[in-house]
Design a protein around this ligand. Structure first.
Ligand code: HEC
Length: 128
């Protein structure tokens, strides 16, 4: 009797362990936003030698994506709250980079600021 119950529990746990992970649409959306961010950052870097209004449009897209992060819970653990806090903190410097005129003089500094915004959040959210 005990033995068969043990067998039943073992089977149940095995089946549960093999069940596919539940879908995480927020996780997919996070990856999507980051893919877009990556593309925008790369194109801003390419554009940077020639100051261009398109840089501000790309910064506006990054800003929209960052705002959307506030609505996502991709991890389902403490990292969500860290991501939200970092996204909220990133919005002001992102807005500054969206509204400033990118010039030959400030372009390098602006690009470095953008990189720091990205990597600051990545470092904070990374599993430790
Ligand atoms: C507020 C937080 C936050 C900011 C700001 C942020 N990211 Fe991310 N990014 C994340 C998180 C969280 C992940 C990890 C996703 C994961 O673990 O699946 C990530 C992952 C990525 C990835 C890897 C995607 C993957 O899953 O393989 C790239 C590329 C990326 N980010 C680019 C950028 C760029 C470029 C910027 C700046 C323009 C940026 N990110 C700004 C939170 C942020």
């Amino acid at each position: 009797m005990i033995r068969s119950r043990t067998v039943r529990w073992t089977l149940l746990l095995l089946v549960a362990g093999c069940a596919p992970a539940p879908p995480r649409p927020d996780r997919d959306r996070l990856t999507e936003i980051m893919g877009l961010n990556d593309d925008h950052k790369l194109r801003i870097q390419y554009r940077t030698p020639a100051p261009d209004a398109q840089i501000n449009e790309r910064m506006a897209a990054i800003e929209r994506g960052t705002r959307e992060l506030l609505t996502l819970t991709p991890f389902g653990d403490g990292r969500d709250a860290i991501m939200h806090a970092m996204a909220a903190r990133a919005l002001l410097p992102i807005e500054e980079l969206r509204t400033v005129t990118w010039t030959v003089k400030n372009r390098e500094r602006n690009y470095r600021k953008l990189e720091a915004i990205c990597s600051g959040c990545h470092a904070a959210v990374a599993p430790r």
